[in-house]
Design a protein around this ligand. Sequence first.
Ligand code: FAD
Length: 396
Amino acid sequence: MHHAGFEVVVFEKVRQFQRLGDSLGLGENAFLLLDRWSPFLRDRLIEIGNKSEFMQIRRWHDGKLLAQQPLMDMAGYIGHRGDYHTGFLQAVAEKGIPVHMGTEVIDYDDSTPSVTLKNGERHFADIVIAVDGIKSRARELVLGFDDKPKSSGYACFRAFFDGNKLKGDPVTAEFVENECVNIWIGKDMHCVQNTLRGGDEFNWIITHKDSADIKESWSQPGDMEEVRRLVTTLDPRIARAIRKTDECLDWKICYRDPIPTWVSKNHKVALIGDCCHPHLPTSAQGASQATESAAVLAQCLLLAGKDNVPLATRVYEKIRFPRVRRAQTNGEDLRDRWHSALDKVNEGEEIDPSSLLIRNAVLYDYDAEADTRKRWPEMSALVSEELRTGNITPLC
Ligand SMILES: Cc1cc2nc3c(=O)[nH]c(=O)nc-3n(C[C@H](O)[C@H](O)[C@H](O)COP(=O)(O)OP(=O)(O)OC[C@H]3O[C@@H](n4cnc5c(N)ncnc54)[C@H](O)[C@@H]3O)c2cc1C
């Protein structure tokens, strides 16, 4: 938004950002935009990401190599969420964009676009853009009802810790001595392992069946006894590394059906990111798609002009929806392919390596800003007509 020439003010609930979460993938589709908005940001982010050339896909119980894929075709650069976050914040600070920390938005007004903060202040703008994550308050305003999360039927145990813990042990040292990304696929579960900060940190994530009651949280402690039980059948090398973990998080992977609109009734509150298009971890595109959405909305506002926010927001959601669905369904497809791969073959039979590959490369060669400019004449004509008749076609 700032790059497109708009004045931006950010309100953020937490008082201080911390290095939360663990590995997150950023694809070329996001890097292209980030670099345009802040020269050299790309280099700075690549520098702090995992630099493995390939990732290996292995059989759950013995680690047999089933397929190998260039990391750039798969998740892009994998780095610690907190490190990437710090990189973004630095770029924002360099531009002088005000970020008001410790300011929780408790209400959104769609008719005179504004937000009300917990401290009672009300702030007005031409448009309110809600990027308030998976537990979004703004989504309720836009939808008119509380869209409760559904269980996806899976949960992740996830941990990251000091790589030195594994370095002295000949069985586990290989996972931290060089940058690496490995995936073990089993029946209805998979384990992802990667290094962070050049092997100084070690990250594992086990996705497994889970029917427990849903509590969506990035900070729920996991039961290491249950993890140890899960890894009894896992490749002994990685199982040994996982057993050395002191603590982990239990992250229920919740699901939300696609929603029929990302824009409020009066068209002046728009949603971006996890609040309207959350992704499964296997999509490896959550942050990248949020970045694309920001690019498209900013271009639409530029093209429509400040006095025509409704045209901009309605074109934005129409351009974004099908592309986001593709990234989301890629993640679902991959999870299902991995979790059922071993069903199809008897022990000893070969699995077609191409059936295990992550098919994200098709998403990378895309310039969200250029695509928006190209499609603007057609899409703005369509939306102008919808706004004239008051008949906005739902996204789904
Ligand atoms: C703590 C945490 C850990 C995560 N860890 C991982 C991970 O390890 N791997 C991974 O792939 N993804 C992780 N994610 C998700 C990933 O960050 C997102 O998919 C991606 O950044 C795009 O999301 P977003 O910007 O839409 O939302 P988020 O990254 O969730 O950001 C939303 C922001 O809005 C703020 N906010 C929420 N409500 C309000 C309000 N009412 N008023 C003001 N501010 C508000 C939040 O504090 C937060 O800073 C994590 C998210 C969080 C919040």
